[in-house]
Each structure stands twice: as structure tokens, then as C-alpha cells.
Design a protein around this ligand. Sequence first.
Ligand code: NAD
Ligand code: DAU
Length: 332
Amino acid sequence: MQRILVTGGAGFIGSNFVRLAVANTDRHITVLDALTYAGDRATLAELPPDRVAFAHGNVADADLVDRLVADTDTVVHFAAESHNDNSLRDPSPFLTTNLIGTYTLLEAVRRHGVRLHHISTDEVYGDLELDDPERFTEATAYNPSSPYSATKAGSDLLVRAWVRSFGVQATISNCSNNYGPWQHIEKFIPRQITNVLDGRRPKLYGAGLNVRDWIHVDDHNSAVLTILERGESGETYLIGADGEVDNKTVIETILRLMGEPADAYDHVTDRAGHDLRYAIDSTKLRTELGWQPRFSDFEAGLAATIDWYRTHESWWRPRKEAIEAAYAKAGQ
Ligand code: NAD
Ligand code: DAU
């Protein structure tokens, strides 16, 4: 049986990936996760123990990573510090995990001749004007804005250098904004849903004209499975599902779907250096690898996500107070 090591598999996208891979492949999966504030073993509950093993540890721990990589065929690298606002408060863990962690993995896959798929973000390309007819492609120049996106850009460049200089077998994907179950409530959509469920008003940064290109997490992960099956080493693939929506519209839609007046939200302090717009052109992935997204109706996906947070209150409730206190301190 083929074995996959999934770093960051107890977080939002990684845990959904493990679930999808268990359902759609016969591979054995080992999750390596440091269980930071963003990781939780509850995200992996009810998965068959003969298919999924768990290793608690840090992706920057060279000895541990070497042992795990020696025992696998493929690594899928999700582990990262992932939240822009946190990177503005304290960039330091972003450098350790996103840069040193990726370097540590690269050295291990190089030693053991193991294939790597590196999960990255569209934020490495910086942002677009609202009226720019262009979207990001694999050829767009890197121009990251935040400490988070700068460290993700750096990690991508490390992967490219290890492919070119050392012949490491690796692919990279850069995806747009994900939504769906198990997303940490610090992030935009689950923060607003849980605000409404908690009797708080949703919080919109600035005027809320910023556009994000939303994709359901299962579409992101089906694209990753496609790249694992058919992707070519050394190549980068952009993942997106044509889901551009501005933040103001997202908040108003959440309020409407939850039976609240569409204007029942607050404008709060804008994010420093706030990227205006992301937009992905995923033609390469669709034409070369034959991938298609399944979730084309964003409003239906949002409604299902609202239901998920309604029925999983015991998961998010213990985190809510501390998250909101940290935002309040920043005027957000
Ligand atoms: P997340 O914050 O929900 O999960 C990150 C996981 O990594 C957690 O389980 C955490 O415990 C683990 N982790 C953090 N530091 C670690 C370390 N040093 N060693 C081992 N494990 C560690 O993040 P997410 O939203 O699921 O993002 C996963 C990946 O996808 C990241 O690489 C991110 O850059 C990328 N990405 C995210 C999005 C998005 O919209 N969320 C979009 C594109 C790409
Ligand atoms: O584009 C991919 C990226 O998407 C990933 O690389 C990141 O890991 C992921 O966190 C996400 O980054 P964003 O910064 O776009 O996501 P976030 O959920 O933090 O914010 C989405 C938008 O909503 C952004 O324009 C800021 C705004 N926002 C956010 C919060 C938390 C608000 O208006 N109010 C809020 O309370």
C-alpha cells in the first residue's frame, strides 16, 4: 500500500484532505502535526485507525521528520502558520514553521528520494486592482505583501531551488481562499458565522470592497489528489473555482442566510497592508490534468457551512472568547 505523510493534517485543509484521501484512495496516511492553537485531533476523529496514524511533532524537527520521511512514499505539506492577522502581530513563528519547516522537509525528501507536494497560496502573487481583467497564472511574478505571504513565497522558492539544484521530485499548488467545515474561527467566514450564533455583530475590515476568490475545501483537496496522480514534477499548478466575491457581500449573505438584517454588522479597523483582490486562472490544472471543481454554488456552500457551525458548537465554543478578545485589542 502506498504511504502518504501529511504535515499539518490536524488543521482545516489538511484534515479535510485526510478524510477525502481515505474515502477516495487506498493509501495509508500518517499525519505529522504540532497541534498548535490551529491544530486539533478532533478534526480527525472517526477515521479508521488502520488507515490513519498520528505523529505529534514539529515539521522543523529534523530527526523526527527524517524518520517519518524514510518510511513514506509521498509527502503532502500543509503545515504552516496560516493567518495573516497573526503574522502582523508576531511574524516569528511564521519564519520558523513556513521557512525552516519547509527546508527541513526538503532535506529529508532529498536524502530519501521521496516525492513532495507543497501546498501554497495565491497570496504569493500580491494583489490585483478591482478592475484588472488579468487573473493570477503560474507565470505571474511573486510580490507578497504580508509576513505570512512572504514566508509562503519563500517556501515555494525553496521547493523550486531543491528541484533544480538537487533533483528533488516536487510539485507546488497555489490555491485561493478556502471555506468549509473545520476552519478555525479566527478566519473571516467562520468568525462571522460564529459571531451571529453567539449574538455578536459580524466585523468587516474597512469598507469591505476587498475581493477573495472562494473555493470549497473539498475542491481544493480534490485538485491536490489530481496533482498527486497526474502532476508533473517541477510544475506549479494554480487551484481556483472562479469564486470572486467582495467581503461586504459575503457578510451580507451570511446575515441573510442566518435570518438577520443584512446591515447588522460593524465596520472595524482595516488590516495593515490589506491585499485588495485575488483571482485565480486555473486553466493549466483544468486542461493539462483534467480537474474540475464540484462546488459551483457559493451561496449553497455557505449555507451548508453555516449548518456545520450550528451543529458543531462544542468544537468552536471554547475558542471563541479568546479569539474575540485578541481581535478587540487590535480594534477589530
Ligand atoms: P490551519 O492553520 O488551519 O492548519 C495548520 C496546521 O498546521 C495545524 O494543524 C497546525 O497545528 C499545524 N502546524 C503549524 N505549525 C506546525 C509545525 N511547526 N509543525 C507541524 N505542524 C504544524 O491552516 P489551513 O488553513 O488548513 O492551511 C493549510 C495550508 O494551506 C497552509 O500551508 C496554507 O498556507 C495553505 N493555504 C491555505 C488557504 C486557506 O484559505 N486557508 C488557501 C491556500 C493555501
Ligand atoms: O488566498 C489564500 C489565503 O486565504 C490563505 O493563504 C490564508 O492562509 C487564508 O487565511 C486566507 O487569507 P485571507 O487573509 O484572505 O483570509 P481571512 O479569512 O483572514 O480574511 C478574508 C478577508 O476578510 C480579508 O480580506 C480580510 C477580511 N476580514 C477578515 C476577518 C478575520 C474581515 O473583513 N473581517 C474579519 O473579521
